[in-house]
Design a protein. Structure first.
Length: 317
């Protein structure tokens, strides 16, 4: 599949290390592209990973690179414009009241400067920003904000192990609103199995119809790409010869894959990807000018050499 370049575009510097696990690409109202990811602050390696954001630019040959490389601020200080996401929703006041219900929540934590999550993902819905990520072993917290500066943590988990397959090791959630179903879909990993759950609100509670994984085989790090023709593709990591990124087309219910389409996309090959042998993970895909771009992380997440790269293809596989 993905060939052309295996280029590193984001790695450690003298302030941040362990940069990676990008799980969101955002576009602002001026068509700028931004990448969300996590990192450790070098002077606070014993602290939790934090959420950061960088702008992606394009060189003369059409390859992406990071604007003002690694000149970071915490996400809550980064920008004040509105962002749009690929899965939009109804703008009616009744939908907002039924689906958001933020005013009814009683947040237990208010953050002004940082969001302590790993594997971050942002959903933009009805002019509110929702961040999901890894930090609770038995489910997922969700934080929300009106301005990307002040964040509140919802009073309940967006997904609890009581409503899902698995008891622990809940990692890397991503949430998509699907207009035709009027539902939110959360894709995530638990106990090294990939799962999907649904909810009527971005705050949850997300629940599985059946408490079972998408596939019986162990795998992690799900991400969905919705193509222009209406097809949806699930990218995830299988443990065959290291951590390897695979792709399959999703069935219309978005809860199963078409096994006959399962295709290996990408594995670690370049020297910078092999500091900790054969680990590529945290995939996310977007499309620009007919080219599919895979953004991924290489090396183990505990390594200071964790870094972000990209590769390209003329198809989603």
């Amino acid at each position: 599949m993905l060939d052309n370049k295996h280029e590193v575009i984001l790695h450690k510097n003298d302030r941040f290390v362990g940069t990676g696990h990008n799980s969101t690409l955002l576009e602002d109202d001026e068509k700028n592209t931004w990448m969300l990811y996590h990192a450790f602050e070098l002077e606070r390696l014993d602290a939790q990973r934090q959420v950061l954001l960088d702008r992606i630019l394009w060189d003369e040959d059409g390859w992406p690179y990071v604007d003002d490389f690694m000149n970071k601020k915490w996400i809550t200080l980064l920008f004040s414009f509105s962002l749009c996401f690929c899965m939009s929703c109804s703008d009616s006041e009744s939908d907002k009241k039924e689906e958001g219900k933020v005013e009814e929540e009683k947040p237990v934590t208010v953050l002004s400067k940082t969001v302590p999550l790993a594997d971050p993902y942002i959903l933009v819905h009805d002019s509110l920003y929702y961040i999901y990520g890894t930090n609770v072993g038995t489910g997922f917290d969700v934080y929300y904000s009106k301005d990307l500066e002040y964040w509140e943590r919802a009073s309940a988990l967006s997904l609890s192990h009581a409503n899902s397959y698995g008891e622990s090791m809940f990692w890397a959630p991503e949430v998509y609103y699907v207009e035709k179903d009027k539902k939110f879909y959360m894709f995530y990993s638990t106990e090294e199995h990939i799962c999907v759950a649904t909810a009527d609100s971005p705050l949850g509670p997300f629940k599985q119809d059946e408490h079972k994984p998408i596939r019986e085989e162990k795998s992690i790090d799900t991400s969905v790409f919705f193509d222009e023709d209406g097809k949806a593709y699930l990218y995830f990591v299988r443990f065959n010869d290291g951590n390897v990124i695979w792709c399959a087309e999703l069935k219309e219910n978005l809860k199963e894959i078409k096994e006959e389409t399962l295709t290996q996309c990408f594995k670690a090959e370049e020297p910078w990807e092999l500091v900790l042998p054969k680990v590529v993970e945290g995939p996310s895909v977007f499309k620009q000018n007919g080219v599919y771009y895979l953004i991924y992380s290489a090396n183990g997440y505990t390594s200071q050499d964790y870094a972000v790269g990209f590769a390209t293809s003329d198809s989603p596989f």
